[in-house]
Design a protein around this ligand. Sequence first.
Ligand code: SAM
Length: 240
Amino acid sequence: MDEFLAQKIIETAELVGVKVGMKEATDFLTYLNLLLDWNQRMNLTAITDPEEIVVKHFIDSLALVPHLKEYPTLSILDVGTGAGFPGIPLKIVLPHINVVLLDSLKKRVLFLDAVIGELGLKGISAVHGRAEDFGKQPDYREAFDIVTSRAVAKLSVLSELCIPFVKVGGNFISYKGAKADEEINEAQNAINVLGGAKLIRVEVILPGLEDKRALIFVTKKDHTPEKYPRKAGMPEKKPL
Ligand code: SAM
């Protein structure tokens, strides 16, 4: 089974333009086994079929890699990373990037620490807290080249959670599904107010899946006004 899954990871990654070697495939398998094991004791993923985890979590996370041009000097913050998506898969295949994983659920951060320890990953850490609070901290605010987020909130809300962390000239990258266009229209005001500018939408097709996915790139051109992010809960309650 392990050999079959390792091959599946390597071959499916290749289909989205990402080269995964046997060492990285083994890391993905270790991650997968930890995910399934811990998932029996806490809610980490609704997907429990190993082949589905490979495509819907690992390969979906990796679909960003061919679009990252400035590697290897990047720093990435993954907001609402949950069980580590997309931050950990990105770190496995791009070992030189610096990654910070942020999540507001302590139990998930404990899981992330276990994965980082088991895989012996360096240049990656998991922190516990809310984006609204961390976005005000001087050592986090406007400190990252890229801020990613997948399956956390709609784009208008997510913009307030993520754009404050992005350096001017950097990118906020959101993993979205079928409703991407609707969310983009709705988020235009928030993006402008927070200092975001050019928006690019890239279509993503995952091998064997029919549902539409998209990566939304927002380049930051101005500093985020100091009053953002607003206090915890407000971005969701009253989106900009
Ligand atoms: N990104 C992962 C994925 O794609 O599988 C996890 C998605 S999960 C549905 C959403 C995660 O976002 C949860 O783990 C939750 O604790 C976290 N989250 C929600 N709001 C947050 C906030 N304001 N700050 C930090 N984390 C948050």
